[in-house]
Design a protein around this ligand. Structure first.
Ligand code: FES
Length: 82
């Protein structure tokens, strides 16, 4: 019970980030959406899915550090032309 109490205290003190995937990208927007026309994608496009990229919505490799720090296993979405 004490453990549960301490855990809930810990998480409620971090309520600004509780459950959030997006910690800092376009936080003024109610919803962050990116849209691309397929014709505008050249041979290959690599999109971030970890929300830690400084080049969001493109992957800059920041998922590697995120995975190391959190034990997560996320990586980019890669779209290729044949
Ligand atoms: Fe986010 Fe690569 S930086 S998936």
């Amino acid at each position: 019970a004490v453990g549960t109490y301490l855990l809930s205290r810990y998480f409620s003190s971090r309520s600004d980030s509780k459950g959030k995937v997006n910690l800092e990208i376009n936080k003024d927007n109610a919803k962050v959406v990116h849209s691309f026309d397929i014709e505008d994608i050249s041979k290959k496009a690599v999109y971030c899915r970890c929300w830690r990229s400084k080049k969001f919505p493109y992957c800059d490799g920041a998922h590697t550090k995120h995975n190391e720090e959190t034990g997560d296993n996320v990586g980019p979405l890669i779209i290729k032309r044949r």
